[in-house]
Design a protein around this ligand. Sequence first.
Ligand code: SF4
Length: 420
Amino acid sequence: MLAECASKLNNFSVSIESGLDKYSKATHPIRYGNYIKIRTEGYEYIFDLNGRAKIISGKRHNDWPREDWLKRTKGNDWIFYTAGMGYSNAFAYEGEYYTLCLNYNSNSVFDYKPFKSQYVLNALDSLQSFVSKLKNVIDEPACSENKVLLNKIINNNSVLPEPDIHSIIKSSISVLPPDTRHSDYDVIPVIIADGCVYNCSFCSVKSGEKINIRNEANIALQLNQLREFYGEDIINYNSVFLGNHDALVANESIMAFAIGESYKLIKNTVMLDNYLYLFGSIFSLLNADEEIFSMLDDSPFHTYINIGFESFDQTTLDLIGKPVKADDSKKAFKRMIEINRKYSNIEITGNFIIGSQLPTSHLTSMQDFINENIPDRSVKGCIYLSPLIGERDNDEIKRKFHTIKYSIRMPVYVYLIQRL
Ligand code: SF4
């Protein structure tokens, strides 16, 4: 399909396209699923099937660096994907070829701030100005063939969707599991448990609430409203995030209900495979019945569970105010290895903190304990190192990151705190 509305708006083309149907890691931009594409003289806009802008990329002659792009989350944040750190550098740190830059404070080890750059601000402005101008040309004969599609774009980019995603799930999502990178962070969030067991002092993402397990009616209501919210674009989703900070604490029956009902939501996806992501704690991992893991292993999803260990060193745990014993942290890590070996459809990964001011015993205890318990290089699971919020010495963080990355027998990446 091609529309030419040259009189009031620069020439643009509009088409419905299909991208890749499998999440992949590559040194070039990939578009996934089905989408609406509009090309203007300066930019390419990707809209989801509801007509809402999802991706903006600039043309190279327009001061736009490389093949970088902006992507909007369903929580309405724009994220800048850049190859500016170099592919091999980005891959070493993040396991991905593109580095994500957020438009809010987080814990990135990179100092690049694209949202302060004029070319990014221009790109965001260009979208609004394109949508406004579209309203003026929509009734021109040249647009008649694409009127339905273009009207969707006008209607869905002039106001924010109501209710928003956080009102539906009755929660904010202050952080996504790092493993959601395997689905390019395109996950449908379903909250089954609020709060967390430990409420650690150092943590900047906690809600501060005590554990509250949602009931079936609450989960069913979320899923019904999420179906409406995602609308036609639901077919582009194959991944679910069972929230929030410790979904593993929920009992098997609630978890099985949420998984079964979530699967109904995405079973007609155009994307291959299905992924389920959740966080767990040392407490929930040590206390979860074997039936939970058997159920997850038999589910239609490949499940990633991300556990917050933070440290194996008691001095460090006390310093950051995590109320657990180092021995329990180690016990839970051994359980992680056991589950990763036993269940082919489950992969557990571990978070540890990293900070320039932490005792040296923090990293040495990690190195010793992990290598002692993983005699050969692990094939499943990985370690994410999360720089403490407010960390100022990124050079020291990078030095420590490299030390640990090349001294333990598991893949190690940094964890960027990213919300939805
Ligand atoms: S680190 Fe994990 S367990 Fe501790 S407060 Fe934050 S979310 Fe809760």
